[in-house]
Ligand binder design. Structure first.
Ligand code: FAD
Length: 481
């Protein structure tokens, strides 16, 4: 048990009363922001096509060869716009992160992978057919002549090969066969793919010729995307690491294979790392510094003074080689951080009532959420699931918090049912016919936070839906990439 961590926030900001009833309005504003961002994303594709229409591109349809070329140009513009959107979704821009969450942004990013590749391939093939027909060449000879004779075109061919490599290694079935570092290294080639695709966009064809406003628009979009990536993925993490000066203060075993890692640092009041959000951590010790680990806070940051000196805590389970090594971290190890990210926090609340369901190491961000998210006594239910009491990590702290804050707490331990694989409950509860709403009768009118192994979480979400919980009340933190 670890009771020395105290909430950093003053009691009223935990919002026993202050936030009550205001979640709906905040939630509506967030949904509106999400709608606006989605509209802006699709409008950018429309704008790319409009650039070409405004340049009289549709006149190309007067011949068959011209039609192929015209379709090829439209496919290229739309494909490139989707690639830029994908980069923006992966840039960890706070507006996007706080509106849809890091995982939803990445999910959308992944969904755009195949369509953008298909459009870019179509671009190459249609242009080769169109130009070839105009010059009396077959598409393959035309492609060779483009490579050899047209400046910057060979770079475009390299670019498409790189895009294929990135998309193929990102397909779930392929990705799972390789270590994260391999996938990450290949994924970095996206930047090379974009860089090698740019020269021919500005040097070949008239659409982005010097002096055109289309050229300025396209340059502005490309530069803004690059600047967002540089700022949020490179500069911000470096600045945050220097600003907060995090250092490991102690590593405390919690259960077999699970440790609390406590870090002290500066200006934690500027960190905005509240309950349930996660950071990407790098422990700057030999052999570890190049491992970026996403871990959620398992307690609210504890502040010692008004200058923001204080403590942070994460709880880590040895789910792989890298995380197992963290149990041996020495006090004094410096820590680099990126974040905070995600909306597995009060930011996602839409109702006054809240139900938190966690299993295994997924329990730990719920502990931080329980500590800080506003609710009136009686309006929160916490359900912890593990094979044994020992697997209910931080269970004693959660018990104390639940008592202090007036939350109802259930410990559900035991093996899962071998017969009923749709159940997230232990065998005893499954055979008694229990469902989520038996533990949380008001669940249909609550926000439901779920964190735990993927298959188990899917079953909880399914049970919640069956109990009448709508999609926008469901909040699920994935611990996988
Ligand atoms: C949003 C989020 C929050 C998480 N919070 C916690 C937590 O509070 N406590 C906890 O114990 N675990 C948490 N995890 C899971 C944890 O990040 C992984 O179990 C851990 O990084 C595995 O590292 P490894 O080196 O032991 O595993 P390996 O499989 O050997 O991983 C090798 C490399 O892949 C990286 N990697 C592995 N898993 C992930 C991942 N999910 N996302 C990105 N990179 C990854 C590692 O950092 C490492 O660099 C969280 C995951 C996510 C996505």
């Amino acid at each position: 048990m670890n009771t020395h961590l105290l909430p950093a926030l003053a009691a009223d900001s935990r919002g026993q009363d202050s936030s009550r009833g205001s979640f709906k309005a905040r939630h509506r504003r967030r949904l509106l922001r999400a709608d606006l961002l989605t509209t802006a994303a699709w409008a950018s594709v429309a704008a790319a096509v409009a650039l070409w229409l405004a340049d009289g591109g549709a006149t190309g349809f007067s011949t068959i060869a011209g039609s192929f070329t015209a379709l090829g140009i439209v496919a290229g513009l739309a494909g490139m716009d989707l690639v830029l959107l994908m980069l923006l979704l992966a840039a960890r821009i706070p507006l996007i992160d706080q509106t849809v969450g890091h995982d939803r942004a990445l999910e959308f990013h992944r969904k755009l992978g195949k369509p953008s590749l298909y459009l870019l391939l179509a671009h190459g093939i249609l242009i080769a057919i169109g130009y070839g027909m105009a010059e009396g060449l077959d598409p393959v000879s035309e492609a060779v002549s483009l490579w050899v004779l047209v400046p910057d075109m060979w770079l475009a061919f390299v670019s498409i090969a790189l895009f294929i490599a990135v998309v193929v290694t990102s397909l779930v079935a392929v990705r799972r066969r390789f270590p994260y570092e391999f996938w990450y290294a290949v994924h970095l080639l996206t930047y090379a793919a974009v860089a090698t695709s740019l020269p021919h966009q500005f040097s070949v064809g008239g659409l982005f010729a010097e002096g055109t406003w289309q050229r300025w628009y396209w340059l502005a979009v490309c530069i803004a995307t690059g600047a967002a990536l540089l700022h949020y993925r490179v500069l911000e993490p470096i600045i945050a690491t220097f600003r907060h000066q995090l250092t490991v203060s102690r590593v405390v075993p919690v259960a077999p294979g699970v440790v609390n890692i406590e870090m002290h640092g500066l200006r934690l009041n500027e960190l905005a790392g509240t309950g349930g959000r996660f950071f990407i951590w790098r422990f700057l010790a030999q052999g570890l510094w190049w491992h970026p680990h996403p871990f959620s806070l398992s307690a609210e940051p504890l502040q010692f003074d008004a200058a923001g000196r204080g403590l942070l805590r994460i709880t880590v389970r040895n789910l792989g080689k890298g995380s197992a090594q963290l149990a041996g971290l020495q006090p004094g190890t410096k820590v680099a951080l990126e974040g905070p990210y995600g909306i597995f926090s009060t930011a996602a609340r839409s109702r006054d009532k809240v139900v938190m369901v966690g299993a295994g190491i997924g329990i730990t961000p719920l502990r931080a959420l329980l500590e800080s998210t506003p609710f009136a006594p009686g309006n929160a239910t916490v359900i912890l699931r593990g094979r044994s009491d020992q697997e209910l990590y931080l269970g004693q702290e959660i018990l104390e918090l639940a008592r202090e804050r007036g939350a109802t707490l259930f410990h559900l331990t035991g093996q899962r049912s071998a017969r009923n694989t749709d159940s997230w409950l232990p065998e005893s509860a499954t055979s008694a016919g229990h469902r989520l709403k038996d533990y949380a009768p008001d669940v249909a009118d609550a926000d439901v936070y779920v964190c735990g192994p993927a298959a188990w979480a899917r079953n909880v979400l399914q049970d919640a839906r069956a109990a009448g919980v709508k999609e926008d009340q469901l909040h699920y933190e994935r611990f996988d990439w």
